[in-house]
Ligand binder design. Structure first.
Ligand SMILES: CC(C)(COP(=O)(O)OP(=O)(O)OC[C@H]1O[C@@H](n2cnc3c(N)ncnc32)[C@H](O)[C@@H]1OP(=O)(O)O)[C@@H](O)C(=O)NCCC(=O)NCCS
Length: 179
């Protein structure tokens, strides 16, 4: 795998983390227990930090970046992702904050200073504009996203199930001789 230092900071991986060898992780990144990073993910923690929680999966081709501090926004926009989050294929996460048990659908774009509360589904191909807050317990779809409806019980349990499926999958990959 490609772990690149920037200004003395190297990505830190907790126990049981899987990172596919084709992915590129740069700078001030921390990834929590049993999370997984799938092929061709690019994550660049250079002008701000990236933090990824436990049992979270970031799927193929996703791009993770941050915004630098400015006089108007002295903290800049770090990227913080919670526990049991599924980030679908080819998602763009930029300087936003995601809580726990979230599904970010394939190809979605989540922009700076967005806050996604716990237990949210963002539909495939959606765009979440800068600074928007997505309320816990709802499905959001569209470009720009709109609140579509409350999640049902099956969808709520799927959020945790999806994360667990990826924990099992990454353990199978880690058991391969050339992981
Ligand atoms: C949004 C989503 C959860 C659909 O939920 P759903 O309620 O089962 O959707 P339905 O199939 O019943 O469609 C409801 C309506 O939303 C529309 N719709 C479905 N997905 C949509 C999306 N991503 N964006 C915009 N509209 C969408 C449907 O066309 C339908 O419109 P209509 O009522 O005018 O016919 C699903 O389509 C989705 O995007 N899932 C993400 C999957 C993913 O990316 N997983 C990660 C990789 S494994």
């Amino acid at each position: 795998m490609s772990l690149t230092s920037y200004k003395g900071k190297t990505p830190q991986l907790a126990e049981g983390v899987y990172v596919h060898p084709s992915s590129v992780l740069v700078g001030d990144i921390e990834i929590g227990l049993h999370s997984s990073i799938w092929p061709l993910v690019a994550a660049r923690g250079d002008v701000n930090i990236i933090r990824i929680g436990e049992r979270t999966n970031v799927q193929d081709g996703s791009v993770l970046h941050v915004s630098r501090p400015t006089t108007k926004n002295p903290a800049g926009s770090p990227l913080v992702i919670g526990d049991d989050v599924t980030v679908g294929h080819k998602v763009m996460l930029h300087g936003c904050q995601l809580g726990n048990r979230i599904l970010v659908g394939m190809g979605a774009i989540v922009m700076d200073d967005v806050i996604v509360e716990d237990d949210v589904i963002i539909g495939a191909g959606s765009l979440v504009p800068p600074g928007k807050r997505l309320e816990s317990g709802y499905l959001y779809v569209g470009s720009p996203v709109k609140q579509a409806r409350a999640l049902n019980e099956a969808e709520r349990s799927f959020l945790t199930q999806s994360a667990m499926n990826y924990v099992i999958l990454k353990d199978e990959y880690l058991a391969e001789p050339l992981s």
